[in-house]
Write a protein that binds this ligand. Structure first.
Ligand SMILES: NC(=O)c1ccc[n+]([C@@H]2O[C@H](COP(=O)([O-])OP(=O)(O)OC[C@H]3O[C@@H](n4cnc5c(N)ncnc54)[C@H](OP(=O)(O)O)[C@@H]3O)[C@@H](O)[C@H]2O)c1
Length: 254
């Protein structure tokens, strides 16, 4: 049997890493793990597990062309929070432009780079793009500051409207809220508090409020507050979007 090739962006991260793990265990698949820096320990670990590790950067379409060459499947993921949190990007916004707005624009362009290059890959059977719902659209203009959602949605809509052939073989994947956020992100960590209820002592775990705590950059407060409120009111996935297929529906249909 001739093996197929999956090229995975974000292979050293959560989402791409889980895709790499699954396909390394799947007979008939070769895995190409894409990273900006193949000499990092995480990249080396992937090569030890059997992945072919290649260098590419979402900012460089030329590097993506080499990394996607010959692929039957491409898994594309971008990293808003990496861009927002990287101190090297602190001075990149235009005067008056908040850092999250810059990061969202940049992320969207990076995903569009992946789309442009994927459209040229003649061996491609399936393009999987990690996206999130268009908060501005599905909230009917009520929540316009959920930039890290809208940035991905914009790149996905670009693929749909620019490349009809690529779009026919595109799957849009909206990852749910990672439960690990509650463990790893100080803003989200549940707090144990001691409560006294009619003389009884009880430990109560409080989940994060719908607003981020004080001392957070104002643009992040706006982004996250809008994020939580949008989820509460319109659903993480923009529940009015008729194209959404929930995991439970897929389980039922198989
Ligand atoms: N947290 C949540 O609950 C949640 C839910 C749904 C969606 N998301 C979205 O998921 C994305 C993050 O995914 P993740 O958790 O898998 O990320 P992650 O674990 O932080 O890893 C980020 C990955 O992106 C790669 N990467 C970053 N910049 C790159 C560039 N310029 N070129 C090529 N690769 C680059 C990194 O590779 P190298 O460093 O090896 O180059 C790394 O593998 C974010 O956009 C976020 O909005 C998050």
């Amino acid at each position: 049997m001739t093996s197929k090739l999956i090229a995975v962006l974000g292979a050293t991260g959560n989402q791409g890493g889980s895709v790499v793990d699954v396909f390394l265990k799947s007979p008939g698949w070769n895995v190409r793990a894409i990273t900006r820096n193949p000499s990092r320990d995480k990249a080396y670990a992937l090569s030890v597990k059997g992945a072919q590790v290649v260098q590419a950067d979402l900012d460089s379409p030329e590097s993506l062309e080499k990394a996607f060459q010959g692929a039957h499947v491409i898994f594309a993921v971008s990293d808003f929070w990496g861009l927002y949190g990287d101190p090297a990007n602190k001075d990149k916004p235009n005067p008056g432009q908040p850092l999250n707005v810059w990061a969202a624009d940049h992320e969207s362009q990076q995903l569009r780079n992946a789309v442009d290059v994927a459209a040229k890959i003649t061996t491609l059977d399936r393009f999987i793009i990690l996206s999130l719902s268009n908060a501005t659209k599905w909230s009917k203009g009520k929540y316009t500051h959920v930039y890290h959602f809208d940035s991905k949605a914009a790149a996905t809509e670009y693929a749909e409207h620019t490349y009809s052939d690529l779009w026919k073989k595109t799957s849009v994947f909206q990852a749910g809220f990672f439960l690990t956020n509650f463990l790893r992100d100080p803003i989200m960590t549940p707090k144990k508090v001691l409560s006294k209820v009619t003389g009884l002592k009880a430990e109560v775990v409080t989940l994060p409020k719908s607003e981020p705590p004080d001392g957070v950059p104002p643009e992040l407060v706006q982004e996250l507050s809008g994020n939580f409120l949008y989820w509460n009111e319109f659903g993480f996935e923009g529940r009015d979007d008729p194209t959404i297929i929930h995991p439970k529906a897929r389980v039922r249909s198989h």
